[in-house]
Design a protein around this ligand. Structure first.
Ligand code: FMN
Length: 200
């Protein structure tokens, strides 16, 4: 199934083809595929090139990390994420290593790294579904996340599953059309709230 974005202006295939499914296949990813995904995250921009991201990664059927990550998800997310072969948790380092001052850009930087990872995945025909629906305290305890780090978002990674064989409630979610605000709703010029005349 393709859920290519019905873009109103021409965009790159990778951007158009990335979306967040809830029907994942149980097909495992290879260690090389997983390394490549995080290599994608690695090359994101960050404030002072601090790269304030850590990813806790669980590969189904290997060590206990996958199960531990699944346990941290909200039930509604567990319902579909349990089929994904890889789960991960993006964690921000919240102080600059260079001077120990608070890094207010850390959240932005982690988001950029995860976006790079998602686009890298799209280029490989893989899918990433990010989740804010997890218990950060549970994650902190389970994975001994230090005080100067903050869990930001969980993610499920894998191949798209077979909608016909899946729970039909989940399949229906994946079949829903994609919707976005128009760029005129978030691109402003001289006047707050107004799309610039120069771009019309
Ligand atoms: C930070 C963040 C948190 C999210 N939390 C959840 C979540 O807990 N459960 C869920 O099913 N989807 C979650 N999503 C996925 C969004 O709902 C999804 O990205 C959005 O609806 C746009 O759809 P698309 O990614 O398919 O384009 C989250 C996405 C982001 C970036």
């Amino acid at each position: 199934m393709s859920k290519r974005a019905p873009a109103e202006h021409p965009i790159h295939d990778l951007v158009a083809e990335r979306w967040s499914p809830v029907v994942f296949s149980e097909e495992p990813l290879t260690p090389q595929q997983i390394r490549t995904l995080f290599e994608g995250a690695r090359w994101a921009a960050s404030s002072y090139n601090e790269q304030p991201w850590v990813y806790i990664v669980g590969v189904k059927g290997t060590d206990g990390a996958w199960r531990g990550l699944l346990d941290c998800l909200m039930e509604a997310n567990q319902a579909w994420a349990q089929h994904a072969p890889v789960l991960a948790l993006a964690v921000a380092s919240t102080r600059y290593a260079r001077n120990d001052k608070p890094n207010k850009h850390a959240w932005y930087d982690v988001g950029q790294a995860s976006a790079s990872l998602a686009l890298q995945a799209a280029s490989m025909g893989l899918y990433v579904h990010q989740m804010g629906g997890f218990d950060p305290d549970k994650a902190r305890e389970r994975f001994a996340i230090p005080d100067d780090h903050e869990p930001i978002a969980a993610m499920a990674i894998g191949h798209l599953g077979d909608a016909a064989a899946a729970d039909q409630g989940l399949a229906k979610r994946d079949a829903a059309p994609r919707a976005r605000k128009g760029i005129d709703e978030f691109v402003f010029g001289a006047d707050w709230g107004s799309f610039p005349d120069s771009l019309r």
